[in-house]
Each structure stands twice: as C-alpha cells, then as structure tokens.
Design a protein around this ligand. Structure first.
Ligand code: DOR
Ligand code: ZN
Length: 344
C-alpha cells in the first residue's frame, strides 16, 4: 500500500478568493496548496476591465505573506456590453488569462452576467482568434427548468450551438455535475475541457437533505443524483486530459449559509488536495492524481508545468467544525470528518 505520494505542484483552475476581509481570511489556504489559481471575477462590482483585474491581483498578493510562491491568474467577467478590445488588450498584456461566462442570474453575483449569447458574439470571435479560453458556468436560468436539469439543458440549448459556431474557441465547462456534461466533454474536440470539484466527487444530492436541511452542502450547480456523481468521479480519475482540478472553493460566512435564504457555495480550499486524494485512493488510481492535479490544466491553458513538488502522506487529518474568518466563522467542506491523507 502506498503511504505517501509526491506530485508536481498542482494548480486550482477555478476558485473564488473574494475581496476585503474574506480575501484576507481565505487567500492563504489556496496559496498553501496550489502554485497558481484561476480566480473568479464575480466580485461586487464584477471584474470587467484589465485595470480592475490588475488591482484585484495586487490585493490578492497583498493578502499573502511577502514570500508566498503563488500566482493568481485573473479572469474577465463577461457582460452584455463587454468590449472585445478590452478583453483582447487585457489578454495580450498578460492580465486576463481567460474570460468567464455567467448566464445572468445563474448564481452568486451573476446579475451583471450575459442575458443572451448573441450579445457576446463579437467578444467570442475575438477570444477565438487570440486563443483566450472561455470559462462557462453551464446552467440555464429559466425557473421553469427544474434546478437538477439546468446543466443538461444548458448543454443542449446553449453549449452545443456555441461549440458549433466557434469551433476553435477553447472552452472549459466549469464544475461539471452530470453524466451529460461528462459525455459532452468527452465527445467534443480537443478545444473543450472541464474542471471537477472535490465536493461533486464526494456528495450527491442526498447530502443536502440528510436528516434535515444542510446548507453547507448547497452549491451551484447543485449536487445531482448518485449516478451523476459516479460519472463525474469516473471522469476525474480516468486519466483523460480533458478533465482537471478546479475546486470552486466558494467561501460564505456561516451566518450567510445558515439563513432563510442561504448562499450557494462550498468552502473546500483548506483541505482540497486531501479531499481529492481520498477520491483517487478510493478508486485505487493514485497514480492518476498528479496528471489531474498538475498536468492536464496547464497543458490545456498552454502554460508551463510547475516546478517543485508537494507530498501527501497517509495520515489522518480531522477537519474542524468551523474556521475563524472575516470577524465570523466559516464552515469548511468535510467539517467534523476525518480524511485519510494529509498534505505535508
Ligand atoms: O456555489 C457556487 N458559489 N457556485 C457558483 O457558481 C458561485 C459561487 C460563489 O461565488 O459563491
Ligand atoms: Zn465558481
């Protein structure tokens, strides 16, 4: 039995670092585990200009110790009126690594998102021609579509036509939750990939209703039936270069989750690698972990692999019930559980 695993330093290809006091509280967790991270732009107001992304990148670095070896990779928040020139200039200047499509109203701080794909055609043309990846929150927002079907319907109604219309656009379908998404990504060209979160590998929708309502298991896209969890988990451990690590760590204060209208988001940054390692270990493919965590992402983005390594040991780690953050508390994923791998 393997008791320790050393892998090339990994990256997180999808994370929410927030701003202000929450940024101060959470940035270190991600920087401790990962060399780089794709930082989501859904702040208030959203990050829509290269100047705003530059300022945000500086705020992230200022929230970390001076010697932190961490690179935030910034993203632009697409709106109906985003300027293709701003995107292209920001990309050329090395400020925007990618741009994020939030269908308006799909999730946290997505009110300024895109109301109709037709409105961003010029932006997508520009991104396709300069090789700037499009990151997609893949859910329709129609309230007559069942919440558990919103990803599958998005793929059929929005993503399939988009991939047809922009055949060379690099697309990452973020935080996939369904067998439909796995199938779609597998069958698409090499320009289409997906990120997978630890929580969608561990929990199905029953976790949200386990002997009562469990706000800390609520995120968007919402966890689906067991058959979908199994499909997502199989994709993560498959070794296919189309699937890579993206935590979607999304911190919200405990009081904002445990409310009449609780926020969507699971905060998994503190023990993300431990959580993923458990999945690869349970599936008996620890030898596929490094490629998923450290190779597939940079290769898709056309970025160099990281130097250096991290080591996880088969040693129990007790996950705390809550962590102090931003003058309150925040509940991490796996709170109160014991994980069997620890990051050294
Ligand atoms: O659960 C989620 N939380 N899903 C998202 O898409 C956004 C995120 C957040 O920002 O809280
Ligand atoms: Zn996210």
């Amino acid at each position: 039995m393997t008791d320790s695993i050393t892998i090339r330093r990994p990256d997180d290809w999808h994370v929410h670092l927030r701003d202000g006091a929450m940024l101060e509280a959470v940035a270190g967790y991600t920087a401790r585990q990962f060399a780089r991270a794709i930082v989501m732009p859904n702040l208030t107001p959203p990050v829509t200009t290269a100047d705003a992304a530059r300022a945000y990148r500086e705020a992230i670095m200022a929230a970390l110790p001076g010697d932190a070896d961490f690179t935030p990779l910034m993203t632009a928040y697409l709106t109906d009126t985003i300027s293709p020139d701003e995107l292209a200039r920001g990309h050329e200047d090395g400020v925007f690594t990618a741009a994020k499509l939030y269908p308006a109203g799909a999730t946290t701080n997505s009110a300024s998102g895109v109301t109709d794909i037709a409105n961003i055609r010029a932006a997508l043309e520009a991104m396709q021609s300069i090789g700037m990846p499009l990151l997609v929150h893949g859910e329709v927002t129609d309230h007559d579509i069942d919440i558990f079907d919103r990803e599958a319907v998005f793929i059929e109604r929005i993503l399939e036509p988009l991939v047809r219309d922009f055949p060379a656009l690099r697309i990452v379908l973020e935080h996939i939750t369904t067998a439909d998404a796995v199938r779609f990504v597998e069958n698409a060209g090499q320009n289409v990939a997906a990120t997978i979160t630890p929580h969608h590998c561990h929990i199905n929708r029953n976790a949200i209703f386990e002997r009562g309502i469990r706000p800390h298991a609520y995120c968007l896209p919402i966890a689906k039936r067991e058959q979908h969890r199994l499909a997502v988990r199989a994709a993560a451990v498959s070794g296919s270069p189309k699937f890579f690590l993206g935590t979607d760590s999304a911190p919200h204060a405990k009081r904002d989750k445990e409310a009449a209208c609780g926020c969507a988001g699971i905060f998994n940054a503190p023990y993300a690698l431990e959580s993923y390692a458990a999945v690869f270990d349970e599936e008996d493919v620890l030898d596929h972990f490094e490629a998923f965590a450290s190779e597939h992402g940079p290769r898709f983005y056309g970025l160099p692999l990281n130097e250096g390594t991290v080591t996880l040991r088969r040693e129990s780690v007790d996950i705390p019930e809550s962590l102090d953050a931003a003058g309150g508390e925040i509940v991490p994923f796996h709170a109160g559980e014991t994980l069997r791998w620890s990051l050294i």
